[in-house]
Write a protein that binds this ligand. Structure first.
Ligand code: ASP
Length: 404
């Protein structure tokens, strides 16, 4: 079994490289293969909502009502602390490197459609309660779906034994079926990723020109993400989860490569659930609870990116942010990363929150839009890397023993 998995992530890596070449050298023919990527992505998206619903309900029923609060608290503490660590890494770097000082202010992209995200925090919480759960499911309102799944799972644990057993078995079985479907879709991963990458590369502007214009900014984000991925999170894996980071990396390499290629934590979720449960050996009740939640609210890469981008824009406008303003950036970056959906370019849209908080014009997004697609790949992989670390940490504190 293990050998097949190793083969799969090598297959994906080769597909990724071939996709880059195809996009570069057969730019005008990218449409020949893009559709395969689309088929793969649609397959993944098809199962996201049923997976979230069944995994959370089945996890909560298996955890039991007495333990939900404790697990929930640990999970949230992990998510908030690592996001803050990521933001602080970004903040220190952007102040040291100062990529925005003297940056070209020519607006480089179309900013239409980036409406100001102006909902207050309170309103966001209120709107988490769905007035119609089916509408929420249809519209993919993740926070509402998660809330409903939590409540539904919780009340199942309160039922009499006969009903509790029926529903627990039903949701366990449904989740099992969804994971079987995931296994089928995973088989398409190498081909799908080849198609996606070929398309992305073909559509990206001249890379060397971009690197020249936005190089320092990109570098700041990438150095920040590297510190978080290769130092901060591995240290947490080593010290808190007590696992070998290299072995864990190997265990989750398929979801990491998929996250990188698809730029979507959500689309990657089925593969993340599979890898953390089967390769790392974390119990399903922990993965089913922490990973869907993490895919929606835990985005370390996005948080770091939000912070660097906002300070970069301020620097480009010649503004020196005061300590208070920087603190505001940290808090809003955290909220923006929690609010961002796990889909491509979500983080980019959420920057409007920070820009309006510190009083910068929204047009400034035009400055960073040209390189967003590339940075999105790296921050999404970071987001998934942190989600998997969270599952390990929570499981370890619950006394679980892993395969890695
Ligand atoms: N694409 C990211 C994700 O799915 C969100 C973002 O745009 O930062 O995790």
């Amino acid at each position: 079994m293990k050998r097949i998995r190793i083969k799969l992530h090598w297959q994906i890596l080769i597909a990724l490289i071939l996709g880059v070449f195809f996009g570069l050298y057969l730019k005008d023919h990218a449409y020949w293969v893009e559709w395969i990527g689309e088929v793969f992505l649609r397959g993944l998206k098809m199962i996201i909502i049923p997976i979230i619903l069944t995994s959370i309900i089945s996890a909560i029923t298996n955890i039991g009502s007495g333990n939900i609060g404790r697990l929930g608290l640990k999970t949230i503490i992990y998510y908030i602390s690592t996001s803050i660590l990521a933001i602080l890494t970004g903040l220190i770097l952007v102040n040291l490197i100062r990529p925005g000082a003297g940056a070209d202010l020519g607006l480089t992209g179309d900013v239409e459609g980036f409406a100001l995200v102006e909902k207050s925090l309170g309103q966001t919480f209120i709107e988490m309660i769905p007035v119609n759960i089916f509408k929420a499911l249809v519209e993919g309102k993740m926070l509402s779906i998660i809330l409903f799944a939590f409540l539904f799972g919780f009340v199942i644990t309160q039922l009499n034994n006969k009903h509790k057993e029926t529903l627990t078995n039903f949701f366990n079985a449904s989740f099992e079926a969804m994971m079987k479907l995931t296994m089928i879709i995973i088989k398409l991963a190498p081909l799908g990723i080849f198609g996606i990458i070929a398309g992305v590369v073909a559509q990206t502007e001249n890379l060397s020109e971009l690197a020249l214009r936005m190089g320092e900014y990109m570098l700041t984000v990438l150095i920040g993400l590297s510190i978080h991925c290769f130092i901060t999170l591995p240290l947490i894996q080593l010290l808190l989860a007590k696992v070998n980071p290299l072995k864990h990396f190997q265990a989750v390499s398929t979801p990491l490569l998929t996250a990188f290629s698809t730029s979507s934590t959500m689309a990657t979720l089925p593969l993340t659930l599979d890898a953390v449960e089967h390769n790392d050996g974390v119990s399903r009740k922990i993965t089913g609870f922490t990973l869907p939640l993490g895919a929606t609210v835990n985005m370390d890469g996005t948080a770091l990116y939000e912070c660097v981008a906002a300070v970069f824009i301020a620097q480009a406008y010649g503004l020196d942010l005061s300590l208070m303003q920087q603190a505001l950036v940290v808090i809003t970056a955290l909220l923006a990363s929690i609010g961002a959906a796990g889909v491509p370019m979500a983080g980019m849209v959420m920057i409007t929150i920070i820009l309006s908080a510190i009083g910068l014009p929204l047009e400034a997004i035009g400055l960073i839009i040209s390189v967003d697609r590339i940075l999105d790949m790296f921050r999404t992989a970071t987001n998934v890397w942190s989600d998997t670390t969270g599952a390990l940490v929570v499981a370890r504190t619950e006394g679980e023993v892993f395969k890695v």
